[in-house]
Design a protein around this ligand. Sequence first.
Ligand code: 13P
Length: 291
Amino acid sequence: MSIVSAREMMLEAAEGKYAVGAFNITNLIQMEAVVEAAIEKNAPLIIQTSVTPSKFLGKEVLVSIYRTLAESAPIPICLHLDHSTSVEYCIECADAGYTNLMIDASKQDYEENIRQTKQVVDHCHALGAISVEGELGTVSGVEDQVIVAEDEAQLCSPQQAVDFVERTGVDIFAPAIGTAHGVYKTKNPKVDFERLGKINQMLNGNGVKTPLVVHGGTGLSKEYAIKLVEMGGAKFNVSTELKYALINATYGYISENREQYNPGKIDIVVKDAIRNVVGRWIDILGSADKA
Ligand code: 13P
């Protein structure tokens, strides 16, 4: 029951006015922790890996652990490749068993973005139940290999969004609306909620067909997140906060237990820290008990 694509769970989320938390993991302890947190909350879950951890850990290893965890879990779980700028790597991960892929050709010119995105869509749809996320406009900040300076970030045009979705056939769509990867420099970042609402209205006004993705979750307030879900966000990405939780928990444990040489004890505090972060976001996004 539990191995699903992002599109399936996001269609339900968009109809039900909540968002599925999509959490980037960089190691296997984090992967187990996000799954445990989602099971505790009875929430649907998207596990994400950026390209570097995917290559470092190995896509086949990740897929087999994902399948083992998901097959015995009482909740739907998707394994998503985040921000791949390479069509080839998307195709390799789809073939290996990821159930959602993001081709990020958003730094290419518009026609090239369409061409690359459609190439991934055509491959994944031919394989079956694998969905594809595309992005238009650019999200500032750093996410793995994708680096966009603040003054280079471009918001997504609603008219172009409709054309992009129609021509590429993407299953889920990430419009740039002013959110950013990494830590926000201000408490109230300039997020264009209305733009997200307008894109949602134009794409999904007559019934949800293409659910929307919000990038840059770390550091957004509860109020911002709730408003983004109200405006149509059905997948909500959180990455940096999990990296901080892992490193801070590890550092905290080692500083206080300098004489201990039991790695399992570090794993326990890391898992607790990650579970807390994930559980908190699931509550904010409204996905608890939606599995
Ligand atoms: P943050 O690192 O800001 O949480 O962004 C996550 C993200 O959007 C991954 O694609």
